[in-house]
Write a new protein. Structure first.
Lengths: 456, 456
């Protein structure tokens, strides 16, 4: 608990309506999708100056500060593990500039990702990163977690679109990193060090993103396979051929059937696995790209290949991918999804390992994957109150991570470490590497107030 | 000078033939293109293990260590400002893997950039970064300086192609950062922190780069304008339209005439400025892209538009850009080139500022630019022995930097800080930002042995 005089100081600074301590407010701001821990106070700053003044107080008093966007994360990154202040950035939500001539946009961290995308597409520009939560998540959270999404297989992740940041250090100092120019090698790349730092280094208060030209056309294919091995082999063949689709998503039979049961989208429920393949670019190239992808699918025995004839049909195909996992919540008390990521050539091996693991533990693993970049999303439903089931889930998660690392992969392709993957970091990271991270953390945050209790 | 017993220890470690102290060897390894400072010893390691053992000795004895590639840099980044050890990476020059299926290649730091490019293009892949020195520079140097090049306007810089690194800390600890997966958000982005760190943090010993598909076709245009303002306006119009050329290079009349005098390439010497515009992609799109670019040029009054009919003709156009600046060396004792970079929309303003500055100081500023990303390369020839001329050059450089910063630009788009731009860092970087960099530096290198005397 914060002592009364500090709380008063914070309330004097931003007003009581933006410095919340009611139990119901603390509850609302205590969780992300899967993890939970209660803060002592929730502050909603509106300016960089306020962020700086709050951090000065927190640093003086050694109060934990956990920055938070829309809390759509899946690993507990924005959950205040050690209480203290949750700094919710949702009121710093202005788009400050959209500039197609300089190929950039500038936004505050609380801007909803999709709002920025709509604004830049209105002037013919494009901001590619598209996490599944894009209609509710905030840009600041995307930067802090280096968010990905289906389109990232072709266009890269959040990190690849950052030109510069403004951030406030725990000391209250405001620093700029990068800036407006497309090319910039002045000094250390603090921009990308902050990107993916999960709120452990500083509070991001302004974001300059690079824009690209909006692709003229797209073609969307939904393809059914007789075996998941055929589907995953197709993925690695397509990627090796250099036809980089805008998205290349894999779903297995159980996922498809469960999704179809709930949403009645007309999915091929007889397929052992299904791919959604989307290509884009100049209008005159998309049919050829789609045909090349189709050929690869046919070569691996695809038995049902549908090309979306309208935007609406394409959107319906994406519906299965984007919210199909929600249908899993009906099956048990909760759900867990991982994002172990392997080199593309190892996708078939990883799929086989998942099959072995589910047999060993007698649990169903639903499979969804941003397959084009090796980013697997195995899903399980279970009852956390059932001790035996919860234990099996824990073991499966551990074995999934071990399998991923053994295949040259990583613990997390896009969800982040947060609280959920902290126990597994030693599988990927050496003591020397962790020591280095701790030293980097200290160089920003000597008193350790930024999001303590997390990966570093 | 190193004391004799340390020198013996180093020579015992790698052998005398890779631990050089002869005056002529020290001379050879004392400079880059523009800067010079002599080391006490030059060591050429062949393995990560050797690098680690050398660094342990250097760290114990607090001996400066400056890693070095081919020394094609222009700012003194690999020049040992405080003597000590130059660690030349040229013997760690193996391409370890080219893997189009996983879209990656793995190489040691001493691999020549162009050798890697040839190797990956042989299997239909593409590694875009193309610094002008690509046929002689080393990949490790490219990473340490975040090297750019003409193609970076479309494809991004070295940083954008790094999946992972192996590096040795000053303590001798070997650390990995990133890895084989395309997507990876495990922990801090040490990969990109090392990229562009100019040898001040660690020695890079292995590099994993991302590959993309080799573009099927290109079209190259050489376009002559009646004024440099027309040419620079064309650049910002093309970029705003979202036709992102693979390269968009600007040269002014003096540069063109001097180049033509030496090489007789048939350049339009009556043009006030010339653009090289190159588009690439799927075969069916390049003519349309070239036509759109042509239209923009015509709208701004271009009077001579040549489309290369053969690869050889395109290469001849590029010849003017790639080695034309060498022709400037004939005009005086030496040459200096800067790389102040501005937002694209500010190119015309920056060009006007350069005109004012050259009039004020009565010096000729030749202009070359990666115009598509606002990366200006003003060039001057002068006699450093002529005090008045050298002083005017110093003043011009300062005013160029001031102009760039005032227009929202940066000191360096791709050449780096090194020694040359250290005096101007305060124009762009606040004391708080510099303090942060110093803290980051300490987190890697507490004793300050890595490339001391540089930007941090």
């Amino acid at each position: 608990m914060l002592n009364k005089s500090i709380l008063n100081e914070l309330q004097d600074l931003v007003g009581k309506d933006r410095c919340l301590t009611a139990p119901e407010d603390l509850m609302v701001y205590s969780h992300d999708v899967f993890c939970q821990s209660k803060p002592d106070v929730v502050i909603l700053p509106t300016t960089t100056e306020e962020v700086s003044r709050i951090l000065k107080i927190a640093n003086r008093e050694k109060i934990p500060v956990t920055p938070r966007g829309s809390a759509t994360g899946l690993s507990g990154m924005c959950v205040p593990a050690q209480g203290g202040i949750v700094m919710a950035m949702s009121k710093m939500n202005k788009i400050l500039e959209v500039n197609p001539e300089d190929r950039l946009a500038i936004a505050e961290p609380g801007v909803i990702t999709n709002d920025l995308q709509v604004a830049v597409e209105a002037v013919g520009s494009f901001y590619p990163p598209d996490p599944a939560s894009q209609t509710i998540c905030q840009l600041g959270g995307n930067v802090a977690t280096n968010a990905g999404g289906p389109r990232c297989v072709k266009y890269g992740v959040t990190r690849d679109y950052l030109l510069g940041l403004e951030a406030v250090l725990p000391s209250g100092e405001v620093v700029k990193a990068g800036g407006r120019p497309i090319k910039n090698v002045t000094g250390y790349d603090v921009t990308r060090l902050l990107c993916g730092s999960e709120g452990t280094l500083a509070v991001i208060t302004k974001i300059i993103v690079k824009l690209i030209a909006k692709p003229e056309a797209r073609r969307t294919l939904l393809v059914a396979f007789r075996s998941i091995d055929d589907a995953s082999t197709t993925v690695s063949r397509i990627m090796a051929a250099g036809i980089v689709p805008r998205a290349l998503e894999l779903m297995d039979q159980r996922y498809i059937r469960n999704c179809e049961n709930m949403y009645h989208l007309g999915l091929p429920t007889d397929a052992a696995a299904m791919l959604i393949i989307e290509v884009d670019g100049f209008a005159e190239t998309v049919d050829r790209q789609a045909n090349i992808a189709r050929e690869f699918c046919e070569n691996e025995g695809a038995f049902d290949i549908r090309l979306a004839q309208t935007e609406a049909e394409a959107d319906r195909m994406w519906y299965a991918r984007k919210i199909g996992s929600v249908a899993l919540y009906r099956l048990s008390k909760t759900m867990v999804t991982e994002d172990a990521t392997v080199p593309i050539s190892q996708i078939p091996a990883m799929v086989r390992r998942l099959n072995e693991i589910e047999k060993k533990y007698n649990m169903v693993i639903y499979l969804l994957a941003h397959a084009g970049d090796g980013n697997m999303h195995p899903l399980m439903t279970y009852d956390p109150g059932n001790k035996d089931e919860a234990e099996r889930v824990d073991n499966i998660i551990r074995e999934i991570f071990e399998a991923s690392i053994a295949l040259g992969g990583t613990l997390t392709g896009e969800h982040g470490i947060g609280l959920a993957k902290k126990p597994f970091m030693h599988l990927e990271i050496s003591p020397a590497e962790l020591d280095l991270w701790k030293n980097i953390k200290k160089s920003f945050d000597p008193k350790g107030i930024m999001n303590p209790g997390k990966f570093v």
